[in-house]
Design a binder for this molecule. Structure first.
Ligand code: MG
Ligand code: ZN
Length: 223
């Protein structure tokens, strides 16, 4: 039997769109991060904590939040008065660059310092899609177990920052912080690790400083 294989160049098209986005953000000096995690790791809760801190410090930002079906996350962030664009992927398990491009069309990048993408909760394919971001952020949580980095090394290898969220719940779990941190370091010794709790606020200030530093560097490189 002989047959022809036709493979859609999905990633090729995606990368073109990502390149366009990256060029626009570079000329405007806009810093963009892509937050990737499993469902329920607390990305939206983290943004509910972080958003008001960014606002208080005069950082102009927009959150692009991806969900398969609902607008629940966007509604939560909107309730806090945060600038948010909802992407409904219609069941698709990741955001692609063309969706980000469409979301950014309504954003005045000249008046924006920071774009935060809250990707669809999924540790596998979002890692493969370049969205034109500067840096990827992995969000892990203590309730998922300390073996997440080893089980999903693709994301850890590509992230610049790993947030270990829900530290307040450690006493109720078998989570071993040393093992988790060691696995992250072994996979990617450049990744910064921030321990966070959206209940106690632990780590919010460190995350804010990390983002502020990213914005400053991006603005300097745009000059
Ligand atoms: Mg969410
Ligand atoms: Zn996917």
């Amino acid at each position: 039997m002989s047959f022809k294989v036709i493979r859609a160049n999905i990633l090729g098209e995606n990368d073109n769109a990502a390149g366009d986005i990256r060029a626009r953000l570079a000329s405007g000096g806009v810093f963009m991060i892509n937050m990737i995690s499993s469902p329920g790791s607390g990305k939206t809760s983290l943004l509910e904590k972080l958003g008001p801190v960014l606002e208080k410090n005069g950082i102009r930002f927009v959150i692009i939040t991806g969900d398969c079906f609902t607008s629940r996350d966007a509604e939560r962030l909107d309730r806090l008065g945060l600038a948010v664009v909802q992407i409904n992927t219609g069941g698709a398990c990741h955001i692609d660059a063309r969706l980000v491009d469409a979301s950014l069309r309504d954003v005045d990048l000249g008046k924006t310092d920071l774009v935060i993408i809250e990707n669809v909760g999924n540790l596998v394919c979002p890692t493969d899609f370049d969205l034109g971001e500067d840096l990827k952020v992995a969000v892990l949580s203590t309730t998922e177990g300390h073996d997440k980095p080893v089980k999903y090394p693709m994301l850890i290898r590509k992230c610049a920052l790993a947030v270990i969220n829900k530290t307040d719940l450690i006493p109720h779990t078998d989570f071993d912080m040393d093992i988790c941190e060691r696995s992250i370091n072994e996979l990617n010794n450049k990744a910064k690790i921030i321990k966070m709790s959206c209940k106690t606020g632990e780590g919010t200030d460190i995350l804010f400083e990390w983002i502020k530093n990213g914005i400053q560097k991006k603005k300097e490189s745009a000059k």
